[in-house]
Design a protein around this ligand. Structure first.
Ligand SMILES: NC(=O)c1ccc[n+]([C@@H]2O[C@H](COP(=O)([O-])OP(=O)(O)OC[C@H]3O[C@@H](n4cnc5c(N)ncnc54)[C@H](OP(=O)(O)O)[C@@H]3O)[C@@H](O)[C@H]2O)c1
Length: 265
């Protein structure tokens, strides 16, 4: 398989880095282009991939093309990809609908739309993807293998990508907010900022790893560490009286509503 990449920014580099490291595609079969030449040059020298002269060259010389440019200007970029046919286009642009990509390319290519998240930058991403009207089961399997190189991946229907955006696409920011609050609380109680920061970050990473490895539900794991009238119990009672779960659900709904709005704009 020959892999093409349009857009060598943060996400493009993370994806290609993970794919090459996993050995799914060799660097010699990978061709990249970016409007901003230093970005393509950096990716080329760091990862040993070929630098193309244009988006058209990337598409004509590749079987599968990762589209990793910002949503602004995304459809205009599709105007630059030439008249080749029958490629698999995998878009990670937030809010750009499959129907828009298919119509901007006159249905000449198969399309997959992915919603990744930024922990992909460290190989710990979580992505949902939806297939376009002509994409095949083999395209789904290939997408799982490519995105799987930088974390967890699952298939959903396109309307569910708004919920994926709300849970995992925007999710890292909610976790960072939680960490900021934990750190602030620790500092108020007298901890040094760097110690509070390290304790909070390792606690979140460790709790997530325990959840993933134990096979138990988060509710069960929560109960396991909550002794009646103990310290965790006191904190959880405080969360409950402040309606923590409702606050989170409202925030997730707000993100999904905004994602839908942006997709329809
Ligand atoms: N970062 C996230 O949190 C995140 C999460 C999920 C999904 N995404 C999606 O991932 C995509 C990429 O995000 P990113 O953070 O990696 O963006 P980025 O760092 O800005 O990288 C995009 C690169 O593409 C280049 N580019 C723009 N228009 C182009 C064109 N027509 N042809 C070739 N190259 C072009 C840009 O060059 P210029 O700077 O010269 O424009 C830039 O170097 C976005 O669509 C975003 O919605 C991002």
């Amino acid at each position: 398989m020959k892999l093409g990449v349009i857009g060598c920014g943060k996400m493009g580099r993370a994806l290609v880095g993970g794919i090459l490291k996993a050995g799914i595609v060799p660097p010699g079969n990978t061709r990249v282009f970016d409007n901003y030449t230093p970005a393509a040059w950096e990716m080329g020298s760091e990862l040993g991939v070929a630098m193309a002269q244009s988006n058209e060259e990337v598409v004509s010389e590749s079987d599968v093309i990762l589209l990793c440019v910002k949503p602004q200007g995304f459809l205009e970029m599709l105007g630059d990809i030439g008249s080749s046919e029958g490629k698999l286009l995998i878009s990670i642009a937030a809010g750009v609908q499959i129907s828009s990509i298919e119509s901007a390319t006159n249905g000449r290519h198969r399309v997959v739309r992915v919603m990744p998240n930024t922990p992909a930058l460290v190989g710990k991403g979580a992505s949902g993807f939806a297939l376009g009207t002509t994409a095949t089961a083999a395209d789904a399997a290939l997408t799982e293998s490519l995105l799987g190189a930088v974390g967890y991946v699952c298939a959903v229907s396109e309307p569910d990508l708004d919920a994926v955006t709300a849970v995992s696409g925007s999710g890292p920011a909610y976790v960072f907010l939680m960490i900021e609050a934990l750190v602030a609380g620790g500092i108020e109680l007298g901890l040094e900022p760097d110690i509070a920061g390290a304790l909070a970050a390792h606690t979140v990473a460790g709790a997530a790893e325990l959840l993933l490895q134990s096979g138990e539900s988060p509710g069960q794991l929560r109960e396991n560490v909550t002794s009646p009238n103990g310290t965790t119990f006191a904190a959880l009672e405080s969360f409950r009286s402040d309606h923590f779960e409702d606050i989170v659900k409202r925030a997730v709904t707000a993100a999904a509503d905004r994602s839908k709005e942006l997709g329809e704009a």
